[in-house]
Structures are given as structure tokens and as C-alpha cells.
Write a protein that binds this ligand. Structure first.
Ligand code: MD3
Ligand code: FE
Length: 203
């Protein structure tokens, strides 16, 4: 049930199906005090993806740029503690993928509605680029776009469904990637949305 993407990156198909209730319950708790919000990019566009975070730092964006912040700019409060069970599930996935020392301190939670997309970008604001990023897909499926080291490099497409976990480390860590516009669909637990969690060692 594991699928290699390239050196450093692999898909653990259905890995988090077993943990869906834990993950959804944790997300629900986080959303109560730190609701999903569509951030403004530095050039003034509102993202179609809505975000919230937990952990010591969260990823934020505004007219000043992109950065990790210890507090939620919407309400000035620190981000909620990363639930212990979130931490363990992410560590377990990283171990299975061959990264035994993963200790995430941040989890970015992305919410996609039908039509939401994420344009090609690199994740390079984390302090420890030697650590992988571990991503969990929940809800309706997405076409994940995996490019190269240059924005204009050709992209490979991967179908990511509810329960799929992808671990991105080693030489894959700085590759361009994005998400194609989400197609209309419904999931029995999540309805017409997709939620993606990305665990990071950001500090
Ligand atoms: C490949 N999220 O939050 S997860 C992001 O589905 C992000 O919400 C997408 O890209 C989503 O930054 C994709 C998969 C992912 C995450 C980080 C990566 C793939 C990656 C970092 C390097 C290479
Ligand atoms: Fe990313």
C-alpha cells in the first residue's frame, strides 16, 4: 500500500483511515477558537484555500509576506497545542516512510471547497529543511501536482483520496507542488470539502 513518488517521497495509501475520527475531532476542537480563514497573499489576492493551524507556530500570510508565527493574527491568541494523538500519528507515518527522527512542531490545516486550488509553490520557510513534511488528505479527492526544482518544470499528477498520507523529504522536500481545482464530489463524513493537514518542523 505504499507508492514511491521519487527519492524521499512516498504515498501511504489509506494510512489515516483508521485515525479519521481522531483527526476530525481534533480539527473540530481547533476550529472552535481558530476558525478557517482565507488569507491574503502578499500581493493582495485572497487564497481560495482556507487555513488554520495548531502547534508552537502556524503559517500566516498578509501584505507583509509569508512567515511562521507563534500567534493567530486573527485574534492575537497563541495557536492551540498540537493534540498528542496528531503528533503520534504524524511521527508514525514518518517512521514508516523512513524518517525516524521526525518531531513536528507545527500543523497547517487547509480546507478546500469545490473549485479551491493551490498554485505551484515551494515550502521553504521552515528552519529545518532536513525534516520531511507529512501530509494527510481527508474528505473529497484532489489532484496533487508535483513539479520540479523550477516553477516551469513539468508536473506529475497524483490522485489523493481520503486517508492517503504523503511524506516528502530528502531531495523531494524543495520541489514545486500544488493542488488542481477541486472537482465536485461528496464524502460521507466531510461533505463537499477536502481537508489537508501538513505536519512540519518549522522552528
Ligand atoms: C511536496 N498543501 O500546505 S500537501 C501546503 O494538499 C501544501 O493542501 C497541499 O502544499 C495540500 O504547503 C499539498 C502535500 C505536500 C506538502 C508539502 C510539500 C507536498 C509537498 C513540500 C515539498 C514537496
Ligand atoms: Fe506546500
Amino acid at each position: 500500500w505504499t507508492e514511491d513518488i521519487c527519492e524521499g517521497a512516498l504515498i501511504l495509501r489509506h494510512f489515516s483511515v483508521l485515525h479519521e475520527i481522531t483527526l476530525l475531532d481534533g480539527i473540530r476542537q481547533i476550529m472552535i477558537k481558530h476558525p478557517f480563514r482565507q488569507l491574503l497573499t502578499p500581493n493582495g489576492h485572497r487564497m481560495s484555500v482556507a487555513m488554520t493551524c495548531c502547534g508552537e507556530v502556524g503559517w500566516v500570510s498578509d501584505s507583509k509576506g509569508y512567515r511562521y508565527s507563534t500567534y493567530d493574527p486573527d485574534n492575537g491568541k497563541p495557536w492551540p497545542y498540537m493534540p498528542d494523538n496528531f503528533f503520534s500519528i504524524a511521527v508514525q507515518a514518518a517512521e514508516e516512510a523512513g524518517f525516524p527522527d521526525f518531531k513536528p512542531d507545527s500543523c497547517l490545516i487547509n480546507q478546500y471547497q469545490v473549485g479551491s486550488r493551490l498554485s505551484l509553490h515551494q515550502d521553504k520557510d521552515e528552519k529545518n529543511l532536513g525534516a520531511p513534511i507529512v501530509s494527510f488528505s481527508l474528505g473529497i479527492p484532489a489532484t496533487f501536482l508535483f513539479g520540479g526544482m523550477q516553477r516551469t518544470d513539468p508536473v506529475q499528477r497524483y490522485h489523493l483520496a481520503h486517508g492517503d498520507v504523503v511524506v516528502w523529504g530528502g531531495p523531494a522536500r524543495l520541489r514545486y507542488h500544488g493542488v488542481a481545482p477541486i472537482k465536485e464530489a461528496a464524502h460521507p463524513l466531510l461533505g463537499t470539502q477536502r481537508i489537508n493537514l501538513t505536519f512540519r518542523q518549522a522552528k
